[in-house]
Design a protein around this ligand. Sequence first.
Ligand code: ATP
Ligand code: MN
Length: 483
Amino acid sequence: MLPILIKHLLKETPRLQDVKVFGWVKTKRDMKNLSFIELYDGSCFSGIQCAFDRNSSFDTVTEAALTSLSTGASVTITGKLVPSPASGQAVEINASSIMILGDSPAEATGGKTPELDIEAYPLQKKRHSLEFLREIAHLRPRTNTFGAVARLRSRLSFIIHRYFMERDFHYLHTPVITSGDCEGAGAMFQVTTLDPQSAAKQINSGSIDYSKDFFGKKTFLTVSGQLEAETYAAALSRVYTFGPTFRAENSNTTRHLAEFWMIEPEVAFAQLEENMALAEDFLKYVINAALNECADEFSFFETHIEKGIIENLQKVTNAKFSHITYTDAIKELEKAVSAKTANFEFEPKWGNDLQSEHERFLTDSVAGGPVIVTDYPKEIKAFYMKLNDDGKTVRAMDVLVPRLGEIIGGSQREDNLEKLVKRMQEMNLKPEDYWWYLDLRRYGTVPHAGFGLGFERLIQYVSGMINIRDVIPFPRAAGQAEF
Ligand code: ATP
Ligand code: MN
């Protein structure tokens, strides 16, 4: 049997038998003849208070531990679970013994050899900046903030799987290594076993021979599992992916990572309208479930990360998402410019992509909440999006939310072989490279649609964390691959 977690212990009723609890020391305080240790194990937000009455006699191990103990040490404590006189907790431990499993020195200590030297434990009880904590990403999950984010992240993945599973979607694993820049979603990372030095020599003498590479052709890390998901939607009707994706974006923003997790549902026999409804229902369900199932974490986010976040999220789950076409959105932005009610760095212009300042204006000032922008110019969207009858716009949709901007990007897919081939040629893609994708339009083609949600963007949005690097355990971004 595994040891009892503090999360469960805190909900138990006092009893006569001893309990034995494992954890790390969060704080230690001495008051008159009492020593208090707050012990936590990360299973929930709070730790459990353990009180040692210094008038009692303890064994020598416990006496020694009580004098030498410092923040971060791992220990096991035995004692009786008793009603707590302190506010904010029902029970505490009236401890009879403590044993240190692993010290955590509060001061630097020299070892026998330099490799055995130990620096002072960096997480002493004080506030640390998120930037500093990013440098110790292996220790930051021990802080309140990162513990809460980690528990939220884990729960959210479960909630997402539950949402789809309960609606007869099948979970699909799409490949991480792919052979084409399937959608031009972003710069790709190349995967190769070729020796860079001899490859460099080859470049001088012509071009690299990828038939000699591991896969016999040029390969990359995937930017999206969508094209493969479409093949399974064309067989199982409803599928979703939930896996890592990679984009070599050199943009140093607070909402872009080089490695991030994406959730991509793909639905056969669905058009843009159903796709929008699915995205809205999905977001509302996930936010609602997170609020209910991570209540302690949310009260922490509310007090320490972003005031008002709970109410804002609740509002979102009750609001109807607005819909606006890209063309109307541009008109609204232009109106705001000429009425001088907005001051944009980038001039809004039909044909250009929406900048984040535009997205913010649309959510905050035009829609007053989440808004789905549809029917973008075909030139700024991927080749596979269904062409509208106007010949100029495609059945794309971006879901924008206040504070963050784009959280979801999706579309109805082009299901007509001829139109799809024409779009590919216009965009200088070789149809023969996509033979299998085009087969879906040759054999039993159906209207279908789907979207991609960046998992980290979702966590950012619901937690209120400003920087996307703080909602993934080990962020990968340009110049950053430690741990
Ligand atoms: P953006 O314009 O914000 O860069 P995009 O248009 O490149 O996004 P899509 O290709 O539509 O995004 O990807 C689908 C979703 O994946 C986005 O809505 C977003 O939630 C997420 N996403 C995209 N790029 C990144 C990234 N570099 N890091 C984290 N999440 C991302
Ligand atoms: Mn992007």
